[in-house]
Ligand binder design. Structure first.
Ligand code: HEM
Length: 327
């Protein structure tokens, strides 16, 4: 009885928080914010990203992931890009050590600065890049709202606290997303980002070798898939990499849901989508369907994610160089 009262209270608290965050989220953003001040901004990003992804398609994954890691920590304010001389910035935190492609952000930003100095924020640059890399690898296109400004603070520990770990269960995932004003649908849709990219063995090795500390495997992972994964990842292997959606890891498609439905999602957080009725229904519906709503849904959820805790108006600044605050 007491437990059910507690969960009802928690549920209301989550709904309330989601409501409050939704009111605050995205305030001051709009489509075409740079229409007058830097009319070519989006074309510049598009061109540079097209050049980069045509020669290095494997950078699409980390660049999409980077926007997620930016938005979940202090809002989408470019704080993930800041350098710290003492290695205490977000990018120095464990979940961010596997981020790649910072040099691409710098390249795009330099092109933007050349055309319109001090106008386009790093946070917006990241949001547009996330859309453009997705589109470059055959994914959906959506209008990116712009007008974000850059934060001046970046703290490693905040990344550790705010980014969901790969071993998160469904209730932890739902809470983390609700705290950012994102819905359960956003959770299952955005997890579909795992249709592209790679993972290091270290992110899921316990599922293969030592799930409960007794040298066992994760019973929710397909045993045949475990055999295949073990060929790539040896017990203490931290560095080898595997494709998250084998066979089409460079193509944005809905095959992620087919994998999850077959109990072949790589992380516990992927498998956890089968532990909630709403997320499970979405996974099942998208595992086989051809006339899928996934592409449209992904664009909508990316817009929702891009609204988290943004700085607008006179808050923050527009950094000249994304790795350091202006002086
Ligand atoms: C729901 C909670 C999530 C968890 C627990 C999670 C966790 C992870 C982990 C552990 C990796 C592998 C890192 C490595 O070992 O190199 C990864 C990769 C990736 N994640 Fe997520 N993620 C989540 C949500 C998202 C979201 C919302 C997006 C974007 C919409 C996303 C996009 C990606 C991409 C594209 C990669 C591949 C990166 C690469 O190729 O280097 N993830 N994620």
């Amino acid at each position: 009885m007491a437990t059910s009262k507690l969960s009802i209270c928690l549920l209301f608290e989550m709904i309330f928080l989601a409501f409050v965050f939704n009111l605050a989220n995205g305030h001051g953003l709009k489509n075409g914010f740079y229409k007058k001040t830097c009319p070519n901004a989006e074309a510049i990003v598009k061109k540079t990203i097209h050049e980069v992804i045509s020669v290095a398609p494997s950078l699409a994954g980390p660049l999409l992931r980077m926007h997620f890691h930016d938005c979940f920590v202090r809002g989408c304010d470019g704080s993930v890009l800041l350098d710290s001389p003492t290695r205490q910035a977000e990018k120095d935190a464990i979940p961010n050590l596997t981020l790649r492609g910072f040099q691409i952000i710098d390249k795009v930003k330099a092109a933007l600065e050349k055309e319109c100095p001090g106008v386009v924020s790093c946070a917006d640059t990241l949001a547009i890049i996330a859309r453009d890399v997705t589109y470059e690898v055959m994914g959906p296109f959506w209008e990116v709202e712009t007008g974000r400004r850059d934060g001046k603070v970046s703290i490693a520990n905040e990344a550790l606290i705010n980014l969901p770990p790969p071993f998160a269960n469904i209730s932890a995932l739902k809470t983390t997303f609700a705290l950012k004003g994102l819905s359960v649908k956003d959770l299952v849709v955005l997890s579909g980002g795992h249709t592209i990219g790679i993972s290091h063995c270290s992110s899921f090795n316990t599922r293969l070798y030592n799930f409960t500390g007794k040298g066992d495997t994760d019973p929710t992972l397909d045993p045949n898939y475990i055999k295949r994964l073990k060929l790539k990842c040896k017990p203490a292997d931290q560095n080898s990499i595997v494709e998250m959606d084998p066979g089409s890891f460079k193509t944005f498609d809905q095959h992620y849901y087919t994998l999850v439905a077959k109990r072949r999602g790589l992380f516990q957080s992927d498998a956890a989508l089968l532990d909630d009725s709403e997320t499970k229904a979405y996974v099942k519906a998208h595992a086989n369907s051809h006339g899928s709503t996934f592409f449209k849904d992904f664009g909508v959820s990316m817009i929702n994610m891009g609204r988290i805790g943004v700085l607008t108006g006179k808050d923050g600044e527009v950094r000249k160089v994304c790795t350091k605050v202006n002086h």
